[in-house]
Ligand binder design. Sequence first.
Ligand code: SAH
Length: 436
Amino acid sequence: MRKNDIYEIEITGMTHEAMGVGKADGMAVFVQGAIEGEKVIAKIIKVTRSYAVARVEDWLVKSPERREPFCPVYKRCGGCSLQHMTYDMQLKFKQRVVIDNLERIGGFKGINVNPVIGMDNPMNYRNKAQYPVGMGDNRPVAGFYARRSHDIIDSESCGIQHTSSEKVKNTVIDIIKKLNIPVYNEKTGEGILRHIITRVSYSTGDIMVILVVTKENVPGLDKLIKIIAGEIPEVKSIVLNINKRRDNVILGDAVKTVYGTDTITDKLGHLTFHISPLSFYQVNPVQTVKLYQKAVEFAGLSGDETVFDLYCGIGTISLFLAEKAREVIGVEVIPEAVEAADKNAKLNNIANATFYCGEAEEVVPELYKEGLKADVVVVDPPRKGCDEKLLDTMVKMQPKRIVYVSCNPSTLARDLKYLAANNYVIREVQPVDLFP
Ligand code: SAH
């Protein structure tokens, strides 16, 4: 098999990255953009010892689950990867990914995973957009990175963002050239504007704009602020984030409010939250409410419990739990988020939630040593999952229930394997689609 060879391939499975899997000349071939059940004519674009990668040239049989992507730049943009499938198939695909991980990594055979809870209208759902800024053909552009590259795809409107985010991005890009605000150049490190980030409150319509810049002193900033705020009255906060680094990390540590308020306010269900520029906040508010309701339901609280909410961010899950528990203890590593969690508790008149700043794997063993025990533990770690030291403390503490909220099924499976080896039993697995 060589590069550019053409084969007829039947697609018999899919990888977790949604590539079709088939065989040609006895070799496994991963076919970009092909769906299980399809028969395609494919061109080989890469060959290794154990597998090849191919691209669809034409279809002999198309899947009934195939649909026309709604986005004109879908093929090039690295943002979305399942738009060529019906939403129904996207949900089944994600359920499969969860099952596969639990079986292969977790070693749980024949595990029952509920159907994924999807969105009724899976469009324009993101409350946060991060647009890298760069130079296109002689003019500034902002958009998303192309697949596996740092080329910026310039698109007029992105169908998964809130329309306000797109409006902010287009307004800023239109005027920075006139204002002579230079865009950042990744290769040379020169220029000023690196990213335009927006956060939109779906409950109030308020917008926070974060301009990631290489230095605090931005020429023409006053004019830029005036134009953004003048053209888009929903903008209630404009913040500079200073990032002098030369790597891919988007945000620097320093923030400075240059217009309006330091935070914006959003509602999830009946609770209100202040959102600050650097804190983690779930990006799909509609699905977040469904996710949190499930977490609370699975916690099975009667009102007498001490509940730990670990990796609590700005205290969102904690406050949902607090209404049903005797006491909630939240642990979070980012000081700014812990401060926000305290404020959010007060804002909602919740007095039975206490927040600690530190790594969960350090704080929880300390609390346990001091004699504090959780009846129920909720964890919601970042992609790398829970530290073993934390899992170990949980096993010693013996909460009657653990609710594991995960954004990464592979580390979920690894951690559940550890808990299962220590006599915990999986009761229910409920995926929720946060990223249609
Ligand atoms: N439950 C929250 C946040 C989940 S995101 C929500 O739904 O909004 C994961 C959070 O874990 C982030 O806020 C991150 O800052 C925090 N975090 C990362 N590593 C941590 C650690 N070792 N200990 C405690 N918190 C951590």
